[in-house]
Design a binder for this molecule. Sequence first.
Ligand code: MCN
Length: 793
Amino acid sequence: MTTRLFGQRVPRVEDQRFLRGRGRYVDDVLVGPGTLHAAVLRSPHAHARILDIDVSEVLDLDGVHAVWTYDDLDGVMADPLPLLIPHPALTHGRTQFALARDEVNHVGEAIAFVVAEDRYVAEDAVDRIRVGYELLPPVVGIEAARAATHLVHDDVPGNVGARMEQHNGDAPAAIAAAPHTLSLDLTIERSSCQPMEGRGVVSRWDPDTSRLTVWTSTQTSTGVRGCVAARLGLDLAQVDVITPDVGGGFGVKINHPWPEELLVPMAARALGRPVKFTEDRREHFISSAHERGQVHHVEVGFDDDGRVLGLDVTFWHDHGAYTPYGLIVPIITATQLLGPYKPGAYRVRFESLFTNTVMVTPYRGAGRPQGCFVMERTIDAIAAELGLDRAAVRATNFIQPDEFPYDHGLVFQDGRELEYDSGDYPASLDKLKALIGWDDFPALKAQAAAEGRRIGIGLACYVEGTGVGPYEGAHVHVETSGKVKVAIGLTTQGQGHATVFAQIVADELGVPLEDVEVVSGDTRKMPYAVGTFASRAAVMSGSAVQLAARAVREKALRIAAEALEADVADLEIVDGLVQVRGTDAALALGTVAVLSNPLRYAFDEASKAATQFAVGDPGRPPVAEDDEPGLEARDFYSPQRATFASGMHAVIVETDPDTAEIRIVRYAVVHDCGRIINPMIVEGQIHGGVAQGVGGALYERMAYDDSGQLLNASFMDFLMPYVTEVPDTIEIDHLETPSPLNRLGIKGAGEAGVIPVSAAIAAAIEDAEGLVITAMPISPSELHALRQSKETP
Ligand code: MCN
């Protein structure tokens, strides 16, 4: 009997390769000894008009093959890069050109592209390019953007790219009529994904077949393929995009095409030589994307129990210089801010503002950490105002288990209703309180105080829309060896897809896990796909993989039933053998694959095994009438709407009375992502998310000066948490409320860990210090300053 692998702690099959240094990233791709290397001239100014570009000294340099500026770009290559997700409210969306045309809008914007024998020569050549600039006043930060003394884009009044409002009920009226009201101003700073591997592209043009191959470190190989084909005037069929191992994406690699993803293939085709570009860390800081920067104003009205009667939120989103990803991030904040709560009435308004800084695209959590911070700080403020227990006020406002599906009366990021499908928030809260010891904490705090120590506890809840559409697909193929090859179209950046999808296939086909191999992000194997973002792979590809595997199973049973002269209903597949229950009659799945092909190996009736190659037996059709040859199937899954995962974090911190150092003492998570395919992988995802959340709460920020220079654009200066700053143990308890929206009952898990961390840590610091925390991240010096301002108001 094969053990079912769904739900098991199966060790990640990919780790053997990674841990032995056998990962193969874009920079490891060898496409030939003649490979040329690219370097990019980037703007040193945050805002300037380009008066002229002089490349005359570049081509003299030995080893330089070509240089491109905007004027050298032909046809659609000269158009602005695509606005990937347009929205009617985005009245003034702007995207950059592959190479800046006449204006640069942030430090790091690409201006010229040089291809040379090696990277050293290419960098030297970049240094020889002379650009005449007319400096323009830079707009840095939300305050400057709102003041609109200067404009980022001349034709965007007030620096406002978009204004949007959603509401359910009359929030201002509800607040006006409420027994209690509060106003809060809450800020979250900019941060960024910082995957260990930056962006990278390699491309080769084959003149014999007129085919372009692109290897890129992306979260969407199909998206890049479409853009490359369209911009270079090629048919889709002429472009293959392969995403090898990706050393982390965390959102930044879902944006596409990056200028280099077009310029490298363009150069490879023009020069007839393979071309490679590997981003360095400084380039990643100043030329990719950031997120998080938002300022929020909250008006809330509530009753004596802390029940929210009206919630009115206005916020300002720093979109940076361009909006290739539309309004996804602020729309997510606006809608997901509500978390597990049901305010009597809700209104949310935001302005998306241009600034002369790196553009904003989604970073793991995508707008939710900000929304969660706003909502959870508001709930804590209500509890403080009324002198109520913070957990109790949360429970008062929860959507109850019998209220699902729960429609918030708003429109979500995917354009569909914000309708939660399932969950059990009271049960989650009970689990969390038990896990962290919520009710016992006051005694612990009193004891610490008696010892001269300051400790505090905080908690935060979130709900996360995951598994958004439109679709994903999978191809499952049983080889004649019995091994199973699975191709999914989306890419993988470390989430363990090779393991979880193998688990699903192994269960469906009754084969050992080690016989299943999963390939992702290769358009040659699966040309139709969307990409890895919005914690969607488990729901979307998982469902597609199951459908395809099930189709293969059914086909295998049909073919085997005929060969074994048995009834399909009497067959089972165990350990890769299709067998008639209760008898010795069996066929290896590989043999069934042989039988599925009309041009097949000879089939020995006696041994029931495939022996040698022979042209098929015309007298014996190998497959049923409607079947195609081959033991394989491709299927797609498209959901009705997103499915809503949820969770709650609690943290105990200790703050040093002298140095104001903030130390995490305990961290607890209760997480509900529906049915779990692999708890070990989900817990790994949560650990990684919490680590990133700790960075966002206590360390990471983008330190721009007034001229728009990013002062901490290196790992020497950008503070990230190391293992020394991430809690040793993150205590996790799971709750599984199955999603009714997909057959596997799953919801996503990949971003969850990061969402409530700032909110929970802020609450814990507030509890330890008796100070109100309204902005994150918070450093010891900022905490010290807060203490002082409290002492001397
Ligand atoms: N999983 C599971 N059971 C569930 C839900 C998920 O076993 N009920 C497993 C999945 O099968 C998958 C992992 O948990 O192996 C995450 O699943 P999912 O929530 O579907 O998220 P995705 O696979 O779509 O990954 C995207 C998500 C996002 S949006 C970001 S950003 C992110 C993240 O995942 N970037 C990551 N996790 C990351 N992890 C690593 N190592 N590197 C990144 O760049």
